[in-house]
Design a binder for this molecule. Structure first.
Ligand SMILES: Nc1nc2c(ncn2[C@@H]2O[C@H](COP(=O)(O)OP(=O)(O)OP(=O)(O)O)[C@@H](O)[C@H]2O)c(=O)[nH]1
Ligand SMILES: [Mg+2]
Length: 222
């Protein structure tokens, strides 16, 4: 019989959101899935619970429970939305400063968990900037944590790759608890051409399988 642990999976940024959407069909109730972003519009299509790290100074304290029908209402109620909150437009410094400002919104969720996975796709602004801040915060709360993070495809260009490397440097201390997946390597050789979306979906499943492997090794029921 596998041990029951309260497991928390955080999906950070746009790619993190899509991977959590893939994951939510595959896990049991013991697993808490939360998507985090500054992009309010995008969060509306999350199939998991969500936490917005808003850009404007807003009255926003509480975790917003995602419920497909009421999602929009919840967002508006929670934040007095005069101006919507956008993504970080590829700037990781913006992601980092938003995370520093709002990371304590995660406090209760982290405290209630004894195993955390953080899933993100590096290269953009929010995920790359926010993940290192979230990792530091969770470590202070003494929770066992694994980060699973992807590096952009080479074709995505220098800037994204450089930025992803800078984000990754900040995660080095995680050592064995950091899993880095290079998009180019993960796709490897595929005979037929696939679209970018198909490639991302495939990589999402690859990440999920890595997470399941870890859970198996630790005897965690997921
Ligand atoms: N596996 C997977 N990777 C994705 C997906 N979308 C984007 N990516 C990868 O993730 C990188 C960062 O993109 P996003 O996750 O959208 O960026 P973000 O963290 O939301 O940052 P901003 O939008 O700039 O605030 C991209 O360069 C891609 O390599 C996805 O749906 N699945
Ligand atoms: Mg985004």
């Amino acid at each position: 019989m596998k041990k029951q642990k309260q497991i928390l999976v955080l999906g950070v940024g746009g790619g993190g959101q899509n991977i959590l959407n893939q994951l939510q069909e595959q896990v049991n109730n013991n697993v808490r899935l939360i998507t985090i972003n500054s992009d309010e519009q995008l969060l509306k299509s999350s199939k998991t619970d969500i936490i917005l790290f808003p850009q404007e100074k807003r009255i926003f304290k509480k975790f917003i429970k995602n419920d497909r029908l009421n999602n929009f209402k919840h967002l508006c109620n929670g934040i007095f939305c005069k101006k919507p909150s956008y993504g970080c437009a590829g700037d990781k410094d913006t992601g980092e400063s938003l995370a520093k400002k709002h990371v304590s919104l995660l406090k209760n969720e982290i405290k209630q968990s004894n195993r955390i996975f953080i899933i993100s796709t590096f290269g953009g602004g929010f995920g790359t900037g926010a993940v290192p801040v979230i990792v530091d915060y969770a470590k202070q709360l003494n929770t066992k944590l694994t980060a699973i993070v992807t590096m952009p495809f080479r074709f995505e260009g220098k800037r994204r790759n450089l930025q992803a490397n800078e984000g990754m440097e900040k995660l080095k201390e995680l050592k064995d608890n950091l899993i880095v997946i290079n998009n180019d390597d993960a796709i490897g050789y595929i005979e037929n051409k696939i679209s970018a979306n198909e490639a991302f979906y495939y990589i999402g499943n690859y990440i999920i399988s890595k997470m399941f492997d870890i859970c198996n090794n630790e005897d965690i029921c997921i």
